[in-house]
Design a protein around this ligand. Structure first.
Ligand code: HEC
Ligand code: HEC
Length: 380
């Protein structure tokens, strides 16, 4: 894993630049124009941040059945860093025009997604991809639909600098954050001095994101805790199909000690047809065989985070199951593992019931309790 880090980081820059350039061309705008003055919007104007649910008494508590997050030795978590990251997460001044925070696209109310087909960034720009959930993101070895970031620290810089998302520069970010006197003591507490850098912002955001572990779903209570009544008979039949006839578990695996529901590999599952502008994993590796391949998403909390697939093309879980039942779209390079399943109507409903049993009470409660925030003028 460590060996692949350097080439991936280089490829990441290339991939981000390519995506950014094409997004800029599509939006017809020039993102490098003069920066507007720091917007006055208070950090509390947008959607709320989720609670750092897995952080208790100074340590991460990993629910049974979830893989353990990897914490880089260069960024150990502390109360202060997590609190700072949580504050930055909701601060709309982290976007060029002050209209978007991380929480605007990763809303607790919407399973830490945004409920849209594809993301909408600053100046109403429609991005190319669906917003993935941040629940359990700390347990993933590769981030983004194409796996172009390998750590949350590296990842956090992506949306901050992406023209279609928050569209910042490091200089502007430092200026904005440093201008708020309230951040001074928070940086001192987290990093020992008040100096603001992109790296520190990314480290704080990453530490906060690692606390967003949502487990103990009905499936976990049944599978790992032996609570027979935790899931419905339909969900149990659905799991049987998932492992056997429907052959989902090969890519969305359940292991003896943990159930990541992703192999974190890249597959072409027939979600894109030839000529699609989204090249998937190809944009990172440049290898022909990676065209149209995307990272297998975890299915944990999947019922909360529609619409589904990298392009938000499936509006319901029933549509997702239908996609697999017909064997996806015919496209060159589609993996032979995806082929027609010929499921009955009851079997399809059972698979959906199983997917619905993967919602954590933590994520469900966060969605239920969070208010929907009014967006500022012109932001949506
Ligand atoms: C404009 C909407 C938008 C904003 C604002 C935004 N994100 Fe995202 N986020 C996305 C989209 C879209 C993706 C998937 C992009 C891709 O795969 O190419 C994503 C992916 C991620 C991922 C990877 C998830 C995974 O499953 O691999 C993380 C982590 C993340 N965002 C954190 C953040 C943080 C932290 C912020 C604030 C600094 C932020 N996001 C702001 C839209 C947004
Ligand atoms: C060959 C590997 C593979 C198999 C087999 C497979 N999946 Fe997937 N699954 C993926 C990949 C890769 C994606 C992302 C595709 C995309 O977005 O373009 C995905 C996406 C999904 C999503 C959408 C998740 C989200 O957050 O948008 C669901 C739900 C899902 N799969 C369920 C299933 C079910 C149910 C089965 C069995 C009928 C199955 N998968 C079989 C690899 C696979």
């Amino acid at each position: 894993m460590a060996l692949t880090r350097r080439p991936l980081a280089v490829a990441l820059l290339a991939a981000t630049a390519a995506l950014a350039a094409s997004a800029r061309a599509r939006a017809g705008g020039d993102a490098t124009g003069p920066a507007p003055a720091a917007p006055a919007a208070a950090p509390s104007d947008g959607p709320p941040a989720p609670e750092p649910v897995a952080w208790r008494d100074g340590r991460l508590v990993v629910p049974k059945g979830l893989p353990s997050p990897w914490v880089p030795p260069s960024n150990p978590a502390t109360d202060a860093k997590i609190a700072l990251g949580r504050r930055l997460f909701v601060d709309r001044r982290l976007s060029r025009d002050g209209t978007k925070s991380c929480a605007d696209c990763h809303e607790p109310r919407l399973g830490l997604g945004d409920g849209r087909r594809t993301a909408v960034g600053v100046r109403g720009q429609v991005g190319p991809r669906n917003v993935p959930t941040l629940w359990n993101v700390a347990t993933y070895p590769a981030l983004f639909w194409d796996g172009r970031a390998v750590s949350l620290e590296a990842q956090a810089e992506g949306p901050l600098l992406a023209p279609t998302e928050l569209d910042m520069t490091e200089a502007l970010l430092v200026e904005r954050v440093a201008a708020d006197a309230g951040y001074g003591p928070a940086f001192v507490a987290a990093f020992g001095s008040a100096t603001v850098t992109l790296r520190r912002v990314a480290h704080a955001l990453a530490s906060f994101e690692r606390t967003l572990l949502a487990g103990d779903a009905p499936f976990d209570r049944w599978w790992f805790h032996g609570e027979e009544a935790a899931v419905t008979p339909a969900a149990r039949r659905g799991y049987e199909l998932f492992r056997t006839k429907a052959a989902c578990a090969g890519c969305h695996p359940v292991h003896a000690a943990e159930a990541p529901f992703s192999d974190f590999e890249f597959h072409a599952t027939g979600t894109v047809v030839e000529g699609s502008p989204d090249l998937g994993r190809f944009a990172v590796t440049g290898r022909e065989e990676d065209r149209g391949r995307f990272r297998t998403p975890s299915l944990r909390n999947v019922a909360l985070t529609g619409p589904w697939f990298h392009d938000g093309s499936a509006a319901t879980l029933a549509e997702v199951v239908e996609h697999y039942d017909v064997g996806g779209k015919a496209a060159a390079g589609r993996t032979p593992e995806i082929s027609p399943l010929r499921l009955s109507a009851t079997e399809k409903a059972d698979l959906v019931a199983f997917l619905e049993a993967l919602s954590s009470p933590v994520a469900v409660e966060a969605a239920r309790a969070a208010p929907s925030a009014p967006a500022p003028e012109g932001a949506r």
